[in-house]
Design a protein around this ligand. Structure first.
Ligand code: GZL
Length: 320
């Protein structure tokens, strides 16, 4: 059903077209980045579930990690006259022009799980974690774990130019700067994937005396860490002992590694960004309620001290 929206000042009056429409018989376009990680797949599953529970018709577009595919999808959603758009922006830049087209079409747009470098007037709200804080949590864990011991760290970065990669790096560096003994000696993107995490970690191990000089791995997500753990084992070293492993997402597979002593810590990221997004959207369409420009998802640390098996089972039921 089409809502005709009259913009009066900053308030938006939502009125229906010719036919009476039931509240929130919405059609929402969702431009998803792809399926690069276990967390991403869970976010997609949860978004589909949240939409179904709300009677929202979701038009799903998988960009296969390409910004140009996301931009095409947004333009297609405009042409289809959707009532709202969700987008998980693969990178932080290059969005102003297409978001202005969405705004001109008077379609509310919400950012999911990643932020962008653009005026916040171009989107209704952003539902994301605080990536710098996630990096702080990971870095603080390492500072606490190594004390004054010298620690050479290798870093697997997420997708180049993405907000989480930029800010998780920044947050981790802020925290380890507290001690002069912890240094990042190699840092490279592995694009948030398990396969590339394994490949890049192999190159780090070869470049660093077979890994004997490496004290810790910081991976911007668990999938890259799980791939790296495989290559650490193939190099004859013990992940979690010879090389400490810290990452972010808290997907089920990292709890398998935590339980085996092959990983040390992970920072949780909820896959349910869509729930808060749909809540904000429905309030906005109902009476013009403007949400805050940022709806923050919580971050918490899990370590080997937690009940990995119980958490694994609980998470398996959440769409992973
Ligand atoms: C962060 C999200 C990241 C996850 C990765 O909000 O965009 O992208 O940490 C995913 O697993 O690939």
């Amino acid at each position: 059903m089409q809502f005709k929206k009259l913009l009066i000042g900053s308030a938006i009056l939502a009125s229906t077209s010719l036919m009476a429409t039931s509240a929130f018989a919405l059609t929402v376009g969702f431009s998803q980045i792809g399926s690069e990680s276990g967390w991403r797949a869970a976010e997609t599953a949860v978004t589909l579930k949240e939409a179904k529970e709300r009677g929202i018709t979701l038009k799903f577009a998988d960009a296969q990690q390409k910004q140009e595919n996301q931009i095409k999808a947004l333009r297609s959603f405009i042409a289809q006259g959707v009532d709202a758009i969700l987008v998980a922006p693969v990178v932080a830049t290059g969005w102003d022009s297409v978001l202005k087209e969405v705004q001109e079409a008077k379609i509310p747009l919400i950012l999911l799980d990643r932020t962008i470098d653009a005026p916040d007037s171009l989107y209704l709200t952003a539902v994301t974690a605080d990536f710098i804080h996630e990096g702080n949590i990971a870095g603080d864990w390492l500072v606490n774990a190594v004390g004054n011991k010298e620690c050479k760290v290798v870093e697997l970065q997420g997708t180049t130019g993405s907000a989480p990669a930029i800010e998780r790096k920044k947050g981790f560096e802020q925290s380890i700067a507290k001690g002069a003994n912890i240094k990042i000696i190699r840092s490279q993107t592995a694009d948030f994937t398990r396969t590339k995490g394994k490949e890049v970690m192999e190159s780090f191990l070869k470049a660093e005396n077979g890994g004997k000089d490496i004290c810790a791995l910081y991976a911007h997500n668990d999938d890259m860490a799980v791939g790296a753990i495989q290559s650490i084992k193939e190099a004859g070293l013990k992940p979690g002992t010879d090389i400490l492993v810290i990452s972010i997402d808290a997907v089920p597979d990292i709890f398998t590694a935590l339980e085996a002593g092959e990983a040390n810590a992970t920072v949780e990221l909820t896959p349910n960004m869509a729930g808060p997004a749909f809540d904000a959207l429905e309030a906005f369409l109902k009476d013009g309620t403007l949400p805050p420009k940022w709806i923050q998802s919580p971050s918490r640390l899990y370590t080997q001290a937690d009940d990995a098996k119980a958490i694994y089972n609980q998470k398996k039921g959440l769409g992973y």
